[in-house]
Write a protein that binds this ligand. Structure first.
Ligand SMILES: NC(=O)c1ccc[n+]([C@@H]2O[C@H](COP(=O)([O-])OP(=O)(O)OC[C@H]3O[C@@H](n4cnc5c(N)ncnc54)[C@H](OP(=O)(O)O)[C@@H]3O)[C@@H](O)[C@H]2O)c1
Length: 169
């Protein structure tokens, strides 16, 4: 099972200015294009309830899975499974790839469960100064840069492989 994180960050490492920021006007068209391509290819997307609640509607042509301890959402399946358990269940349903779409709590949950193979990270050329960081918990892991593309407007589209075997010292 290929499990990848997909996220857009500012140059100072933030994924949002605050929890209630629902607009993605600050991300580039290239980021949105890559997000749609990769998540549709996977066919299943996983989010936390805060992120899902910020969407106007479920993302179409993809199974929407939402982590929540207390809520149910229309158009989505709710789970509290440990990441490895969820991936096993999705594998038995025939999925070969899963897109982990945030926010910070869900990125950390999967990263620290050591089930993430790749990170597709977009760095947009702007800063927030404060806000929600990519990860909500310590996640000291090494990455290997596999691909890098720079757009005309200065967006960086990065693809990393996660190296869980060599700890950060
Ligand atoms: N820039 C980007 O690429 C990007 C991508 C995604 C999101 N975002 C932004 O990130 C922000 C939200 O991030 P966030 O970290 O605050 O929230 P989040 O990760 O989207 O959701 C957190 C919620 O997930 C549920 N949850 C977490 N761990 C769980 C577990 N082990 N079992 C069951 N449920 C669990 C809980 O929901 P309940 O309270 O319902 O139990 C928790 O309140 C928003 O501003 C959003 O716009 C940015």
């Amino acid at each position: 099972m290929n499990c990848f994180i997909i996220a857009a960050i500012t140059a100072d490492g933030y994924i949002a200015q605050n929890e209630s920021q629902t607009s993605f006007l600050w991300t580039s068209k290239e980021d949105k294009k890559r997000f749609i391509e990769l998540t549709k290819r996977a066919g299943v997307i996983v989010m936390g309830s805060t992120t899902y609640a910020s969407l106007p509607k479920p993302l179409k042509d993809r199974v929407n899975i939402v982590y929540s301890r207390s809520k149910n959402f229309e158009g989505a399946e709710t789970t509290q499974d440990a990441p490895a358990e969820l991936l096993k269940k999705l594998e038995t349903r025939g999925f070969k790839e899963v897109a982990i779409c945030g926010g910070a709590h869900i990125y950390s949950l999967f990263m620290n469960a050591k089930v993430v193979n790749k990170i597709f990270l977009t760095i947009e050329p702007l800063v927030f100064g404060s806000g929600i960081k990519l990860f909500s918990e310590e996640s000291p892991f090494k990455l290997k840069l596999l691909n890098m593309e720079k757009t005309e407007s200065g967006t960086l589209l990065l693809e990393y492989e996660v190296d869980y075997l060599n700890p950060v010292k």
